[in-house]
Design a protein around this ligand. Structure first.
Ligand SMILES: Nc1ncnc2c1ncn2[C@@H]1O[C@H](COP(=O)(O)OP(=O)(O)O)[C@@H](O)[C@H]1O
Ligand SMILES: [Mg+2]
Length: 309
């Protein structure tokens, strides 16, 4: 069945048309049942309210709130990819010539299913992907996934900074909060890499792409929401350098956030073993960079590994 659509805020007319068509094809109700398996019978009076959530990146993101009478609402996210913004950095083997967006979205769907089985909670449950070829040959796509009611690591960092400036946190408390939340992000990315056979990694492990649920509770949970650009054949050398580039290649970050986050994810013993194994390649990369740029950017990373492992 199709749902009764309602629109809130400024939904781009072009996107409105795409979502409407996907809904007419019963995609929204099917996606809802896929994300929330408990809700198999959808009442005729169910409404789906679509409102803008985020724009500016590779995907335009809408929140879809499905309301049933006398029941709590179900929340979904609908993502409409922008043409030519979505890429496989090195994953050419998965790319097809005619439509890379189609291929990437299908890959995201299978990744989400794989992660749902091997690391539940780490990535949103996927409701599916809808594709359509328009008469003029252009393609349209919608990806639906579970809405994660969390706050991004980046936003939490800003929140702690505001609290520091307002005198609600001491400098020490602020540093602790910052480290804790960044460590959660690193641990989540290491879990991701592990759940993807230590082969595939995101090229954008940014603090914007990790949402934290129960940030103020005893057991905050990190969910990665954006795997829109992937790197294949990634070893720890790549993963750790990528994260050092994003979170900072300074001693206190490398030790207190990156290596600590790796230990949180796999344990200190396994973590040290992995890092020692990665060290020769990291040293070779560092030497190459030093020759090319005249500076040793990797020194804090190498020193921390030698010190801690
Ligand atoms: N499943 C989700 N649940 C809740 N919010 C989401 C979800 N997916 C995306 N968002 C929100 O939309 C923003 C952009 O989505 P993202 O998937 O990161 O796309 P982009 O490739 O454009 O960065 C995120 O930073 C987050 O605020
Ligand atoms: Mg993103």
């Amino acid at each position: 069945m199709s749902l009764l659509l309602q629109w809130e805020g400024e939904v781009n007319p072009h996107h409105r048309q795409i979502i409407q068509m996907a809904n007419d094809a019963e995609f929204l109700s099917q996606a809802l049942c896929r994300v929330y398996p408990a809700c198999q019978t959808i009442p005729q009076s169910a409404t789906a309210t679509v409102s803008p959530l985020a724009t500016g990146g590779a995907m335009v993101v809408y929140k879809i709130t499905v309301a049933f009478p006398h029941q709590p609402s179900h929340h979904l996210v609908g993502k409409i990819p922008r043409q030519r913004r979505i890429v496989y950095a090195a994953g050419t083997e998965h790319q097809t010539d005619h439509d890379t967006t189609h291929a990437l979205l299908q890959r995201l769907l299978s990744l989400a299913d794989h992660l749902g089985q091997h690391a539940p909670g780490l990535f949103p449950r996927c409701g599916g992907v809808w594709h359509r070829q328009r008469p003029d040959g252009n393609r349209q796509h919608v990806l639906i996934e579970e809405f994660i009611a969390g706050v991004s690591v980046e936003r939490l960092k800003h929140r702690y900074e505001d609290q520091l400036l307002a005198g609600q946190l001491s400098e020490t408390q602020y540093q602790q909060q910052l480290t804790t939340v960044e460590r959660l992000a690193i641990a989540a990315y290491i879990h991701l890499w592990g759940a993807l056979q230590r082969q595939t990694f995101t090229s954008d492990p940014s603090p914007w792409n990790v949402l934290i649920r129960h940030a103020d509770g005893a057991t905050p949970q990190a969910t990665i929401i954006d795997l829109h650009s992937l790197e294949e054949n990634t070893d720890l050398t790549y993963v750790i350098q990528r994260m050092a580039a994003v979170y900072g290649n300074r001693q206190e970050i490398v030790e207190g956030v990156i290596i600590a986050g790796i230990f949180d994810a796999v344990g200190a013993e396994e973590g040290c073993m992995m890092l020692r194994e990665a060290l020769p390649r990291l040293e070779a990369h560092a030497e190459q960079t030093r020759r090319n740029l005249g500076v040793n950017l990797q020194r804090p990373l190498l020193q921390a590994i030698r010190k801690l492992c």
